[in-house]
Design a protein around this ligand. Sequence first.
Ligand SMILES: Nc1ncnc2c1ncn2[C@@H]1O[C@H](COP(=O)(O)OP(=O)(O)OP(=O)(O)O)[C@@H](O)[C@H]1O
Ligand SMILES: [Mg+2]
Length: 308
Amino acid sequence: MDTQLIRTLPPTLESEAARYPAVHPAAVKAIPPSQSGSLSSTIAEALPLGLDGVQNISIMPRPERHVVALGTTPNIGSEKFLILRHRLVLMRQRRRLKTLVVTSSVPMEGKTVVSVNLAVTLARTFSRVLLVEADMRRPSVQATLGLPSALPGLSEYLEGKLELTSTIRRTVPGGLYVIPAGKPSINPVGLLQSPRMVELISRASVTFDWVIFDTPPVNPFADSPCLASMSDGVLVVARSGVTHSDSMQQMLNALEGTFIAGVILNGVEDPRGDGYYAYYYRAKAEPKRTSTGLRRYLPIGKKEISNG
Ligand SMILES: Nc1ncnc2c1ncn2[C@@H]1O[C@H](COP(=O)(O)OP(=O)(O)OP(=O)(O)O)[C@@H](O)[C@H]1O
Ligand SMILES: [Mg+2]
């Protein structure tokens, strides 16, 4: 992964988003009030999913796909996700935040990279994290995680061909569960608006500690605004050199009325941060004792100045 890739911004853009004129994409409007309004009651009524029978599946991340959070050695990228996790956990102490939609304004800004790394990072401390590959147009979670391709999943469940528990895979190792996108759909928005999607969210909210949805870009698709209207919050990804302010504003308009939990700046150069990181680790490997017996960390290449 390009070194200083992920940087989290202060937690909320709510007030910022409130400044934009309200635009309600047809897809969001089209959700009947009874469906979206029934969420809280269905959550209360939903029975937890029985996960004992779910199939195990091994993760074999492809290095070029930038799954920085899976390595055994910490790195600057994985540290950024730890910070993101920490912020989300803090935010959750103040408001309900279990189902999170990861989206961005246009293609190729890093939504999938962020969703996968965030889910993996959450699964390190939470035993039940569900990553839903809700991009049924150009899914890439499976390839990013190195899972077998063409697994049945979300689209088959939403079309009524599979039960929910049959779509969930438990990844090995760890507490990460995945619902693959399944067969690409020609009408993903229609499927996402179905009562079965409401049921998925409500049942998963009971069973899992976190539910992360990887979605297509907001411009020009209605999938993520539709899912966002049913979820607790949205994480917006913006990529250095790709995201334009116009498309960002268009996206915020489309997400009007949803809770924007934060913006993740992807691909941002932060050479100072990288320098500090490298310095700290290298220096830590070579602790020196001062004349008072206290440890002192010296930059690599610097000789200790003798007091005598
Ligand atoms: N910070 C980064 N540094 C280098 N490459 C990156 C970075 N973030 C993402 N990429 C690469 O950019 C490409 C697009 O990333 P990703 O698939 O996560 O974007 P996306 O927003 O999900 O795209 P889509 O809109 O097609 O779903 C991938 O090849 C990914 O490995
Ligand atoms: Mg993607």
